[in-house]
Design a protein around this ligand. Structure first.
Ligand code: S3P
Length: 179
């Protein structure tokens, strides 16, 4: 894909553990543009982990910080790839800004694959419960319609090279107005 055709940042949305950061980073490297991970930026800005923010200040406060970080990134309107936290789209303002200022990609992965990637993970506060699979299913149900608003949908179900090629093909068609 010729990078010149890209006129907006690319934003990944989707469930935690679906591979947004891994694939996002690979795509950014391939396109030769910067990569930002909203969770990492939040941790750097606040000087503490996401888990600590949830524990000390609660989810509502986390969502406010998350909103500010993502809106700020999108306001800078640079060519880059951004990976957002799984719940970022639950904010109307964030979703609206993603829709208006970026090309969005819902990276899909089924719940069982997500679970196998996240077994033993202690960094996702929303999964520290007795039944993480049911929790993942519940969250996906609640967020499905929001993720569906993305411009492109790509399944993360093969090697990262294949997924990145698939994304580039879909991006190209989208930008050519052929989607
Ligand atoms: C969350 C997903 C996490 C992180 C936080 C909340 C969610 O990000 O923002 O734990 O609500 O789904 P990843 O999607 O990068 O894991």
């Amino acid at each position: 894909m010729n990078i010149d055709i890209l006129n907006k940042p690319i934003v990944f949305v989707g469930m935690m553990g679906c591979g947004k950061s891994y694939i996002g980073q690979a795509l950014a490297k391939d396109l030769g543009i910067n990569f930002y991970d909203s969770d990492k930026l939040i941790e750097e800005q606040e000087g503490k982990s996401i888990s600590r923010i949830f524990a000390e200040s609660g989810e509502k406060k986390f969502r406010n910080i998350e909103k500010d970080v993502i809106l700020d990134l999108l306001d800078k309107s640079m060519l880059c790839v951004i990976s957002t936290g799984g719940g970022a789209v639950t904010s109307f303002e964030v979703l609206d800004s993603i829709k208006n200022k970026s090309i969005s990609i819902w990276l899909q992965s089924d719940v069982n694959s997500i679970y196998s990637r996240l077994i033993g993970d202690k960094t996702r506060p929303l999964l520290q419960c007795d039944d993480p699979i049911s929790q993942l299913k519940k969250l996906l149900d609640k967020r499905y319609d929001l993720y569906s608003k993305a411009d492109l949908i790509v399944k993360n179900d093969s090697s990262f090279e294949n997924v990145v090629s698939d994304i580039k093909l879909k991006l190209y068609k989208f930008l050519e107005g052929d989607f």
